[in-house]
Design a protein around this ligand. Structure first.
Ligand code: NAD
Ligand code: UDP
Length: 339
């Protein structure tokens, strides 16, 4: 059975992907510096699946330490989740973001080349479509102009991986462009655990629900959208994780570069998210409408046809599932993994 290295695998998307890969029979190795996660997440993955996971605490930028992982284990494919992802922080600390996100990618590619590993899946983002492209986004659109350094790191890493595949015909690269992952594993044992004040909508809503934050501010009510608030393509993190299992099956069988949008294809507004969360969980979310957040696009959603056609993957979980599972995780773990 194939052995998959999850770089940044203790994080939100990585931990859910680890569960789905283990349940599909893959062997999983995690390498993470726990800069935005913790070893408890790895324990929970083991608890859910009843399988053991080899975990290395290391900085992926540290090529020497990373090499040990490749030396000690015969790895068939890498999934590269290891990155910093806070948009606002990336504006304040661009050098940190470029250094971390680009160097982790280069370090992985160097080790892969040295140890003859030819398969990599990369966590990209809908943000690479930039400001110019019309919704819904399709994979063959040109990458656009990003509004922040985080987005540019994704554009640059896509380019780096494409160049690497051009130079090495044995390389197989899958770029997965995620839309807005929310929700948590149905067990409530793993979920999103942001440090400090959440930047993203759903963790903020969940923390208001559990009493850690007083009220949500909805950023902007004057967009050219049906209810005036921004619309996004929210996807259940378990559906996203299953998309990675399909992408692993694909990357192991192909060469060259393939890009897939992982989204539902259906946008929901911020107001719809709040209302659905309230209804499904029978709980009030205090909220006010405030100013627009700089850099936000009115709408972002996928055309997800290609993933269905090529990978045989589509989302199965509804917005109600996403809201219910988020609340189940948050109420069972009011302070995240730091109970
Ligand atoms: P996360 O922060 O929960 O997970 C990232 C993991 O990488 C963390 O466990 C962190 O400790 C680790 N990490 C970061 N830098 C590292 C380094 N130098 N060495 C070792 N480990 C390191 O984030 P996530 O939401 O799970 O996102 C995973 C990937 O998906 C990221 O690359 C992110 O940019 C991308 N992505 C996320 C979203 C989203 O909304 N969550 C959307 C699009 C793309
Ligand atoms: N949002 C909001 N209040 C918050 C956080 C987010 O109104 O406290 C809105 C944000 O303006 C955007 C949507 O929720 O329209 C999704 O934002 P998020 O940061 O979760 O994801 P993004 O699409 O920006 O990557």
């Amino acid at each position: 059975m194939s052995r998959i290295l999850l770089a940044g695998g203790a994080g939100y998307i990585g931990s859910h992907t680890a569960v789905e890969l283990l349940e599909a029979g893959y062997e999983v190795i995690i390498a993470d510096n726990y800069s935005n996660s913790c070893p408890e997440a790895v324990k929970r993955i083991e608890e859910i699946t009843g399988k053991s996971v080899k975990a290395y605490e290391l900085d992926i930028k540290d090529t020497e330490k990373l090499e040990n992982v490749f030396k000690e284990n015969k790895i068939d494919a890498v999934i590269h989740f290891a990155g910093l992802k806070a948009v606002g922080e990336s504006v304040a600390k661009p050098v940190l973001y470029y250094r971390n996100n680009i160097d982790t990618t280069l370090s992985l590619l160097e080790c892969m080349e040295k140890y003859g590993v030819n398969n990599i899946i990369f966590s990209s983002s809908a943000t690479v479509y930039g400001e110019e492209n019309p919704v819904p986004y399709t994979e063959e659109m040109n990458r656009g102009t990003c509004t922040n350094p985080y987005g540019w790191t994704k554009v640059m890493m896509e380019q780096i991986l494409e160049d690497a595949a051009k130079a090495n015909k044995d390389l197989s690269v899958v770029l997965l462009r995620y839309f807005n992952p929310i929700g948590a594993h149905v067990s409530g044992k793993i979920g999103e655990d942001p440090q400090g004040i959440p930047n993203n909508l759903m963790p903020y809503v969940a923390q208001v629900a559990v009493g850690r934050r007083e009220q949500l501010t909805i950023f902007g009510k004057d967009y050219d959208t049906p209810d005036g608030t921004c619309r996004r393509d929210y996807i259940h993190v378990t559906d996203l994780a299953i998309g990675h299992v399909k992408a692993i099956d694909y990357v192991l069988e192909h060469k060259g570069v393939e890009i897939f949008n992982l989204g539902t294809g259906t946008p929901y507004s911020v107001t719809e998210i709040v209302e659905t969360f309230e209804k499904v969980n029978d709980i009030k979310i205090n909220h006010v409408y405030g100013a627009r957040r700089p850099g936000d696009l009115p709408e972002s959603y996928a055309n997800a046809d290609k993933a269905l056609k090529v990978l045989g993957w589509k989302t199965e979980r509804t917005l109600a599932d996403m809201c219910r599972d988020t609340w189940n995780w948050q109420k069972n773990n009011p302070n995240g993994y730091n109970k």
